[in-house]
Write a protein that binds this ligand. Structure first.
Ligand code: NAD
Ligand code: GLY
Length: 329
């Protein structure tokens, strides 16, 4: 964190800096970031919102935009998103909207944000109808990942990040599953970020290959929404991957051993693989999913660990995947 100001000054002219963070991360790291920014010549102000997915909404976004205007931010100024994926998604969207775009530096402080949300330029807030429905693609000027911050992350939040790490293992690189618990976290983060970099470079705007990164997310987002955001994103994605893998095996699309490998990797990271919603409840939410086009939706199907494919199905077929994945026969 001490180097953040100097690193940021390498890509952004030191001007006004708005540190956006949540109520937990604020107490831990915003003073350190502010000191480092001031040392590098930035004039830092801070916007803090209550921690949690429930804050990732249009109302917090509007408060942040008003704060930026009241702080007299201009186009040359920079937003510093200090926190997990909630902070990064919200601050990133505000940076894309304010004066049609100001500078953006992402400083992920959760494992999930380090391996996934801080990289690739997806920003969003949730609407009552569903996850991430108001958003934009907006690339950060810089991502500063200080892995020392993970030292204060609660264990359950580390587990949530592991769900996204396991996702990378399933979509591209089976060896990642063996790295969890055996290799330093920096090494795991760089491996995941390298996969995401390659995928986003090939398909920045999510028209094809990038959708593979949504493995477990269609049903995962439905679980998050149905729970009123009391189930965290990582845990919901873990359950979503289990549902999809179970269904793919029942449909003869996936190697039968993959489910056991998935469940043991999730359990080893302290993630539950149970789902407490009926398929009717979850399916209703899927109708608001961004991956739906009219009466068709794209699903990410595992073929085996390390290889996933995109298939487009009708909503009725998606419903059948969900039914089978939740234990139907
Ligand atoms: P989060 O941002 O809510 O952080 C989880 C919790 O950890 C919060 O309570 C936070 O205050 C706390 N925290 C953060 N850093 C800490 C630290 N170093 N020490 C102690 N506590 C800390 O959740 P998350 O899991 O980081 O992110 C989930 C969000 O990311 C979801 O909204 C999801 O939709 C989004 N996401 C976005 C993308 C993308 O590509 N943009 C990808 C994946 C997920
Ligand atoms: N987390 C999904 C993506 O960035 O595309």
């Amino acid at each position: 964190m001490a180097k953040a100001g100097r690193l940021a000054a390498g890509v952004r002219r030191p001007g006004r800096a708005v540190i956006v963070t949540d109520s937990n991360v604020d107490l831990l790291y915003s003073d350190k970031l502010a000191a480092s920014l001031r040392e590098a010549g930035f004039d830092a102000v801070k916007f803090v919102f209550p921690a949690g997915e429930k804050s990732k909404n249009a109302s917090t976004l509007l408060s942040l935009l008003n704060f930026m205007a009241e702080s007299r931010l201009t186009r040359i100024d920079t937003v510093f998103a200090l926190g997990g994926g909630v902070v990064g998604d919200l601050a990133g969207l505000a940076a894309s909207l304010y004066m049609r775009g100001v500078g953006l530096v992402q400083l992920p402080t959760t494992l999930l944000a380090a391996v996934d949300s801080s990289v690739g330029g997806k920003t969003a807030v949730d609407l009552p109808a569903g996850k991430n429905l108001m958003g934009a693609f907006y690339q950060p000027d810089l991502v500063i990942c200080d892995t020392d911050t993970l030292g204060t992350l609660p264990e359950a939040e580390f587990s949530n990040g592991c769900a996204e790490v396991i996702k990378y293992g399933f979509i591209r690189d089976a060896a990642i599953l063996n790295m969890l618990g055996n290799r330093p976290v920096d090494e795991i983060i760089s491996r995941c970020v390298a996969i995401k970099r390659d995928i986003v470079t090939a398909d920045e705007h999510d028209r094809g290959e990038r959708q593979l990164l949504n493995f477990g997310h269609t049903f995962g987002h439905a679980i998050e929404t149905c729970s009123g955001y009391t189930i965290p994103h990582g845990s919901a994605v873990a359950a979503g991957m289990v549902i999809m893998t179970t269904a793919a095996i029942k449909k003869g699309l996936c190697d039968a051993g993959s489910l056991g490998l998935l469940k043991s990797a999730l359990r080893a990271c302290g993630l539950s693989v149970e789902v407490h919603y009926t398929y009717a409840e979850l399916f209703d939410t899927i109708l608001s999913d961004k991956k739906r086009s009219s009466d068709r939706i794209k699903l990410v199907i595992p073929r085996r660990v390390g290889l996933c494919e995109l298939i487009e199905v009708s909503l009725n077929e998606a419903r059948e995947f969900l039914r089978l994945g939740l234990g139907g026969t």
